[in-house]
Design a protein around this ligand. Sequence first.
Ligand SMILES: [Zn+2]
Length: 659
Amino acid sequence: MKTLPATIIAILKNRLEKNGVKPLNGSLNILFGTHLAAFVFIILSVYAPQTADAQHHGYWQQEVEYVMDIDFDVETNRFDGHQNLTYHNHSPDTLNRVFYHLFFNAFQPNSMMDKRSRTIADPDNRVRDRIYHYDETEIGYQEINSLTQNGRDVDYTIKGTIMEVHLAKPIAPGESVEFEMDFHAQVPLQTRRSGRDNAEGIRLSMAQWFPKIAAYDDRGWHPNPYIGREFYAPFGTFDVTIHIDRDYVVAAGSILQNPEEVGYGYETDDMQVNRPDGEKLTWNFRSENVHDFMWAADPDYTHTTAQVPDGPLLRFFYQTDPVAENADDDQQEELLENWEELPEYTVRAFEYMNENYGEYPYEEYITIQGGDGGMEYTMGTLITGNRTLRSLVGVTVHELIHAWYEGVVATDETTDQWIDEGFTVYLSAFVMNELFDDGEEDPMLSRYGGYFNVVNAGIEEPMHIHADHYITNTAYGMASYTKGAIFLHQLGYIIGNDVLKRVLNRFYEEWQFKHPRGHDFLRLAERESGMVLDWYYEYWIETVKTIDYGIVAVEADNGQTELILERIGLMPMPLDVEVKFTDGSVKHYYIPMRIMWGEKENEFPDIERVVADDWPWVFPEYELTIDRPVDEIERIEIDPTQRMADTDRSNNVWRAEDS
Ligand SMILES: [Zn+2]
């Protein structure tokens, strides 16, 4: 008898049960033998709707359904919560334990976040040693009062920000269980991303505020303690009810279900608002296909909206008086104007992204003044408001692009942080160039300096390191933001910018509401370009080897010219070489690498391009023949578009006048 792989069994069990068929325990393989035809049909129905590329080779992901009810006390900054979590185990594995994040526990003296901040060489200014000095009213915590699995009490162990739950009964592949929890929490003073009473006077910035089940994938559990870096969580639905003092305006990255009971600008023109009596108002939000729920609340929020044509409704929440504490009258007026202008820019940014990089799939997106800088959350962002117009638009644009890369395509921000940050930085450069009519031919080039600085300082670390484990914050920031952005721009150099755009679109299309990893992106780049690109990933992501090519000599050779190039850096690359002649004409020479097994199309069809012999990377030097005499050449340049991160460009150019 043929044995089916566990994943297929799990999927089949699920399918059968959904269709009302209950196979006997352990009988699937026997059934397979006797009901072959029926199973072939089911297997086909499981896989048929997917294209060959979308199968992702047995890809699966876990699924969550949260229902939460929160009773908030704005006097004590504490709240009681009830959480019902239905957890669907779509993995092929039997789970004996699960983990939850209790993020607020990070904001206590001697927590891992506190200790790390006091021992790292370059601490985040927003944290430093602040947590160490917090008193009882300033710390944060999440306490678990009770926890059951399908009605049975379970034991759990809490260490810092992680709770390990010892299950009453293992969760089999394909099984769903219900966890029921009562918890109590105190909101910390705003420290990092989340908290009460931020620097601009926003009362509550509620991110990472509820006990959240950790991610489980084919690499196992990811119970990452909250130290400083970002997040990774399963997709599902969130239904959250918040009871809070009636003068508080609540903003959330979700859809409000009861605007008629709330008002505060959520009501539509034809709606009669009837607030129920009582000290508190009840707000009910619901969202699907998301992996987080962020909210904020303040009694002074102004709420405005803007509609993206054929796109989401945008909501903006900011305080008007003052936008920032300590602002004088003139500053206050300017800050207010900036917030009034922000919606128009945000609409244009959404239009640009929708048109070029795939459509934003949710009905709404929210920009909230709150937090401590800018942080992306599902369907919205928390940003600080004390900014110039350009900075306010800049941070909003950065965070909204995260809706594509983090919100919808939910890469693991702890291990593939360079995808969500790098891709966002890359696209922000182009969106901002467009929004502000900067007219920069290549707005990405100015980003390269940050990379060179860290390389020259000798503190660079590889991009694939877990985000919390970098030696310095500087190295983390450069690797994820700058080098992540250069990863894409330089990939555009290797495969061509048009192909890169197709890859980004395909990535967004195929990995919506999923958790791809770096290699999944690279495979799409290989498919679209027809090139082998494993070397690029290995060198750029996994090492700190750098690129440096140079021109060694330009020599006359029987009426032609011999150009000798050398590879000085340890990382090999294909080369674009531009030759300008004294008669004003220009010719491009393209030298692919042999290990690419392919070549890019001519990106500049108006300029004649010669595809030269490929360069086997082990050869330190390469000879290129230019079919015109040396005295007709005015200038030669390696990589004229400068997308290649060559650490020493001084040896990239040869000029006749200097020779
Ligand atoms: Zn970011």
